[in-house]
Design a protein around this ligand. Structure first.
Ligand SMILES: Cc1cc2nc3c(=O)[nH]c(=O)nc-3n(C[C@H](O)[C@H](O)[C@H](O)COP(=O)(O)O)c2cc1C
Length: 197
């Protein structure tokens, strides 16, 4: 590894799709900014709709949280190639449609192409898959991408943190996602055994 590589900021590709839970993607981008990680953002058309519907953000404000933003149809973006080095990718939230595209190797937009690159280059790929209940098709696709090296991280709440707000649950979930990239947000309680009276 060259000296410049040794000193470079961590670079993570973040994709937001149109599954419910846009706040998870937004809070992840905020956490990565605090951690001084360089972010490369792709947003699907339906992500823009859920951001507007579910949060107080406009998509342009979300884009402003990232260092680099790509159009989902820009297949010539740097992150479309394995020769552009990154430390991994997280799709948060990840719809069943995007999961299916990754599972089949479709590469029909920049999100599924960048994810395909992560798998072929053996880089970290985390899918925050959001749907309930799950059909055989969803489960099969999750197993298939997991066997190809992706990490499936459904945003399932941990009630042992005794959350007093949705924000507590989101922080804990985002913190556990970033643990997978060896990044510590320091913003949530970790389990340390039963509390003593
Ligand atoms: C309010 C809303 C919530 C949605 N929630 C989910 C969801 O949780 N999971 C899912 O797979 N699709 C969900 N969808 C459907 C996706 O947006 C749709 O399948 C879309 O084509 C996904 O495309 P994308 O992966 O390119 O964003 C939702 C749609 C809307 C409008």
């Amino acid at each position: 590894m060259s000296a410049s590589q040794g000193n470079r900021r961590k670079q993570i590709v973040v994709a937001i799709t149109g599954a419910t839970g846009a706040t998870l993607g937004i809070n992840l981008l905020i956490a990565l900014r605090h951690l001084n990680v360089e972010t490369h953002l792709i947003m699907s058309k339906w992500a823009e709709s859920t951001i507007k519907y579910e949060t107080d953000y406009h998509p342009s404000n979300v884009k402003a949280l990232a260092d680099h933003v790509y159009n989902i149809n820009d297949m010539a973006a740097p992150i479309s190639s394995g020769s552009f080095h990154t430390d991994g990718m997280i799709i948060v939230p990840c719809s069943m449609k995007t999961l299916a595209a990754i599972s089949s190797g479709l590469c029909n937009d920049l999100i599924s192409r960048a994810a395909d690159v992560m798998l072929k280059e053996r880089r970290k790929l985390v899918l925050v898959t959001r749907e309930t209940p799950l059909s055989d098709i969803h489960l099969r696709n999750m197993l298939s991408v997991s066997r190809s090296g992706a990490i499936i991280f459904p945003p399932v709440p941990a009630f042992y943190i005794k959350p007093s707000s949705v924000e507590d649950l989101v922080n804990q979930s985002v913190g556990r996602m970033l643990d997978l990239f060896n990044l510590d947000t320091g913003t949530f309680e970790r389990w340390s055994g039963w509390e003593k009276d």
